[in-house]
Write a new protein. Structure first.
Length: 128
């Protein structure tokens, strides 16, 4: 498998793992992942140096698409499960927005929750 396809498959797998962890990996949602991967394939062909950023970008694309169709995802487990600093349920953010090794972070509490692809590692993050 060429490096581009390996990068895209890895990004797909990471985001699908997070969706599955939140119990929202339905067929229509998986289609959103596929749309993003297709778009990001074109993007990384145009800018090969951006390959390390693809997983975070796919996560952000899917998050944005879910917000438009269904609501916030993934909900912050720091604030929703532990009574953290935020008073309203809110989604995690991907940081860095354009960089390698993306993580889900709670911008309200200022903490890293999990790497993209690792929400299932005991965070309990879900959708709303």
């Amino acid at each position: 498998m060429d490096p581009l396809e390996r990068t895209l498959h890895s990004a797909r797998a990471l985001v699908l793992a997070d969706l599955a962890a939140g119990g929202v990996a339905r067929a229509d949602v998986v289609s959103l992942v596929e749309e993003s991967v297709s778009h990001r394939r074109w993007w990384v062909v145009q800018w090969p140096e951006g390959a390390a950023f693809v997983a975070g970008l796919v996560a952000q694309d899917v998050q944005d698409a879910l917000l438009e169709r269904y609501g916030r995802w993934p909900l912050c487990p720091v604030c929703t499960e532990t009574g953290g600093v935020a008073t309203e349920p809110h989604a995690l953010d991907v940081e860095p927005e354009l960089g390698p090794d993306p993580h889900w972070v709670c911008s309200e509490a200022g903490v890293v929750v999990a790497a993209v692809g690792a929400l299932g590692a005991g965070t309990g993050a879900g959708g709303s």
